[in-house]
Design a binder for this molecule. Structure first.
Ligand SMILES: O=C(O)C/C=C/C(=O)C(=O)O
Length: 64
């Protein structure tokens, strides 16, 4: 049972995330040749205040 998790910064519209989930689902199903019902896709969204790179949060980066 494949389970794919993707972590993104919060802020994208739901329709875009849903499209991403659908495309990931199809890619995994077709590549692994497994049934639809066996594929799990989890999207995690992290607030920009809770994600840092080089000790600069995404929120701080957007402000500067
Ligand atoms: O685009 C996202 O959802 C997350 C972005 C992350 C970064 O820009 C980073 O980690 O530097």
């Amino acid at each position: 049972m494949p389970l794919i998790e993707i972590t993104l910064a919060e802020g994208r519209e739901y329709a875009r995330l849903r499209t991403l989930m659908h495309r990931i689902h199809e890619a995994v199903r077709d590549t692994l040749d497994v049934p639809d019902a066996s594929v799990r896709v989890i999207v995690r969204e992290v607030p920009p205040t809770h994600w840092s790179a080089g000790d600069v949060t995404l929120q701080e980066r957007e402000r500067d």
